[in-house]
Design a protein around this ligand. Structure first.
Ligand code: SAH
Ligand code: SF4
Length: 406
């Protein structure tokens, strides 16, 4: 089946355009050349610092230009199909993305916000489905339908900031609401009490971000831009199943933190758990990790390791794991397997996870698995859930382990 393309609407959204593309868009509607740079700066400010949802809010832009912009463009974010809020502040949004043709079915991806004492992490999707077929991953059972655009990736953060009231300064007007949404708090009055709520971004939702390279790169450029969304690259983590050539490219062109889904310590097992290993085996993967630019004790690669009962969770595996990553500045995230209907895998027993993590800890790596905070649980990364489904404590634990990449 061929991949679907994203077909922009007649009035496209300006969200996700690079500064250069925004400049071209202004040229295209006849904004005089001498004004364009200044207008780009203004629009950028309203979009990414203030969270404007309509051109009428851009009070520093002339009324005439606001009208012109409104005739040609929108500031639309993806539609929110459902929102779930947990008592501990975890939130999940199910987002609806358009199909290729107006009469074609729409698609859904997830975006999850996980607050913690010292940070707030937003988990983003990069593709609808995935080309890869890791057998323990629910997304791996779905074919790749299409890549998200840079605008749809940035749009996930815009929506989260809208809904959390996480824009700086006074928000020009309330963000759009739907019948299924409660009103968001006014900006600056979110639970952060002046502190930014979204401090970290992880690309750990649906899809393989390094197989949607350009859109992810362009989106993260806006996310990290000081005058844009302003989340530094040290606080952005790209999770990959190990697309070796694109890890090298990401080091050169993106420069975010890297998380690698290792999950097995031998090629034999990893060929099954992460089939991409047949193309890029562990040796090549670790070599790419070792050469990743800017690594230091403060800037480590995170190795993700999903705990699958009787598959990869022996203490011999734990010892081999720490040996494997020994010469790389590394963190190890043990992720309790998050079961889904029909899966042939089970999560390791809690005692085994603890023993495994003790071996990892004794080798000098902090053990990131924590107990869940509550039973009222609503969110998971790495697999698509239906809007009404509630998650188990274990799912929540998996989510938090994944988010712990600081
Ligand atoms: N495609 C990328 C990023 C998305 S998946 C990747 O594979 O790295 C994010 C993380 O969730 C990966 O480490 C993935 O292996 C893990 N994951 C997927 N399904 C899971 C499940 N059911 N339980 C626990 N972790 C899972
Ligand atoms: Fe794709 Fe990552 Fe799931 Fe593997 S784990 S199928 S790469 S989303």
């Amino acid at each position: 089946m061929p991949l679907e393309r994203y077909v922009p609407p007649a009035r496209p959204s300006l969200i996700g355009l690079s500064r250069a593309a925004l400049l071209d868009a202004l040229a295209g509607i006849g904004v005089p050349e001498g004004q364009r740079k200044m207008r780009v700066k203004q629009i950028w400010h309203w979009l990414y610092l203030r969270g404007a949802t309509g051109f009428d809010q851009m009070t520093s832009v002339s009324k005439e230009l606001r009208g012109l912009l409104d005739r040609h463009f929108t500031l639309a974010r993806p539609d929110i199909a459902a929102e779930q809020v947990s008592v501990d502040g975890t939130r999940k949004w199910l987002l609806r993305l358009p199909g290729e043709r107006p009469d074609a079915p729409s698609h859904e991806v997830e975006c999850v916000y996980i607050p913690d004492d010292d940070r707030g992490t937003l988990c983003l999707s990069s593709q609808v489905g995935c080309t890869l077929t890791c057998p323990f991953c629910h997304t791996g059972t779905q074919r790749l339908v299409r890549n998200l655009t840079a605008g749809e990736i940035v749009g996930q953060i815009m929506i989260a900031r809208d809904r959390l009231g996480d824009w700086s300064g006074s928000h020009p007007s309330p963000a759009p609401q739907g019948p299924h949404l409660s009103p968001p708090p006014p900006a600056g009055e979110g639970k952060g009490g002046g502190r930014r709520l979204i401090t970290n971004i992880v690309m750990m939702g649906m899809g393989e971000p390094l197989y949607n390279f350009e859109a992810v790169r362009d989106a993260l450029e806006i996310v990290a831009d000081n005058e844009g969304l302003g989340i530094s690259k040290r606080r952005i983590t790209l999770s990959t199943s190990g697309v070796v050539p694109n890890i090298v490219r990401a080091g050169a062109e993106i420069g975010a933190m890297l998380a690698v889904s290792l999950h097995a310590v031998t090629d034999k097992l990893r060929d099954t758990l992460v089939p991409l290993n047949r193309k890029y085996p562990i040796r090549d993967l670790l070599e790419a990790c070792r050469s990743y630019p800017g690594l230091s004790n403060a800037r480590r690669i995170t190795f993700e390791y999903v705990m699958l009962k009787d598959i990869n969770d022996s203490l011999a595996d734990a010892r081999a794991l720490v040996k494997l990553v020994r010469n790389i500045p590394a963190k190890i995230n043990l992720i309790p397997f998050n079961p889904w209907p029909g899966t042939r895998y089970a999560c390791s027993d809690w005692e085994q996870i603890e023993k495994f993590s003790e071996v990892v800890f004794a080798a000098g790596y902090a053990s990131p698995v924590r107990t869940p905070r509550g039973r009222d649980i609503l969110a998971a990364c790495g697999q698509l859930k239906s809007a009404s489904e509630k998650l188990s404590a274990r799912e929540r634990l998996a989510l938090r382990a994944m988010a712990m990449t600081d």
